[in-house]
Design a protein around this ligand. Structure first.
Ligand SMILES: [Zn+2]
Length: 361
């Protein structure tokens, strides 16, 4: 999901007009003649970002939330495409490039994956291993516990689907300059934004009340939905991922919209996710990814806080950030979604798509 502010909305609507034509006509034609293979990614490297794959025991029913997951066969094809046309680099080489200026190979690509859903261990990792490619996984502080549960905003989506929140919504801080929300998704995102203004403890208490409110009507149950799809990895599972040679980065403690937290809470979410993961894993955690990762959910304050926390670098979830020199604490990434076709993937990797986006904006 890519919620956006007014500027994002204008840009997105402009791109929406041209995107189907690019996706279904221009990019396939360019890929077929091999033209995309001759364009270098911006800065000479690219970073791709996943949110997991659709696990074998899950059938996609809610396209809005599941749109961030990639079908396994497409994931394998994308890995094979990267191996054939790019140099997939180890996250540690990316770190050495940032910290010491160690040279990257030409057409370098770093693979990343956010959130730490269980399917990243059960379904993604076997494919990464069989294709022999490394990945940098960004997980939340929840994965340092034995019972991490779900991402709170995904659970909230399910709760709100099951039953309107009624007066519970009134218990949340108000949105400044709120516009009326018409679609269900817009209403849900408004609640996510308002709940992000609570500190993590108060948000947990509010979610408990929301669960009780919807008790008996909640459509989410592990028995009827895939646990691999919804549950976050616990600490034992996270250690398995690390022991398999994967690199672990931090993604805050509780995945709020950081820009809506007060500064102490935002600092705590960023700094303590590093500390907790380092304690749990016994290794240094040097990379950070901003939750949601676009200009309507984080800004310069969060960039400064990530730097202050002692990370080497921090990643966005968008392909372009504000103009200016490259900033290691605002590194762009290519967001891969369920409906990303292979030619589209190739066009994003080459940097062509971002150039066109800039031209439209
Ligand atoms: Zn995330």
């Amino acid at each position: 999901m890519k919620p956006g502010g007014r500027c994002d909305a204008i840009l997105l609507s402009s791109m929406r007009l041209v995107s189907p034509f690019l996706k279904h006509a221009v990019y396939p034609a360019l890929q077929q003649i091999g033209w995309l293979d001759h364009i270098m990614p911006p800065c000479g490297y690219a970073v791709v970002n996943y949110h997991g794959v659709v696990p074998s025991d899950h059938s996609v029913a809610e396209v809005f939330l599941d749109g961030n997951l990639v079908q396994p066969e497409m994931f394998r094809r994308q890995l094979q495409f990267l191996k054939a046309h790019y140099h997939v680099i180890d996250p540690e080489d990316f770190r050495a490039w940032i910290e010491r200026g160690k040279q990257l190979p030409p057409r370098a690509v770093l693979i990343t994956c956010d959130d730490g859903l269980l399917n990243t261990l059960t379904d993604m990792l076997p494919m990464l291993k069989s294709e022999n490619v490394p990945c940098l996984f960004f997980v939340t502080g929840a994965s340092c516990s034995d019972q991490p549960g779900m991402l709170w905003y995904e659970e909230l989506y399910d709760l709100m689907r099951a039953r309107p929140l009624d007066g519970l919504g009134l218990q949340l801080p108000a949105e400044e300059a709120a516009e009326p929300s018409h679609s269900f998704q817009a209403q849900w995102w408004s609640v996510v934004r308002r709940a992000s203004r609570l500190d993590a403890g108060a948000r947990t208490d509010w979610m408990d009340r929301a669960r009780s409110h919807c008790d008996g009507t909640n459509v989410f149950r592990h028995e009827i939905h895939s646990e691999k799809r919804w549950r976050l990895m616990n600490i034992a599972e996270l250690k398995k991922l690390a022991e398999a040679g994967m690199t672990i980065g931090a993604h805050t403690l509780s995945h709020p919209v950081l820009s809506l937290c007060n500064v102490e809470e935002a600092r705590h979410e960023i700094q303590e996710s590093k500390n907790e993961l380092e304690r749990a894993l016994g290794r240094q955690v040097w990379a950070f990814a901003y939750p949601f990762g676009n200009s309507s959910t984080m800004g310069e304050r969060e960039v400064a806080l990530a730097q202050e926390a002692g990370f080497t670098c921090a990643f966005l979830n968008v392909e372009h950030w504000r103009a200016g020199p490259a900033n290691p604490f605002a590194l762009p990434r290519i967001h891969v979604a369920t409906d990303t076709t292979l030619p589209e993937f190739a066009a994003h990797l080459s940097g062509l798509h971002a150039r066109l986006q800039r031209a439209v904006s």
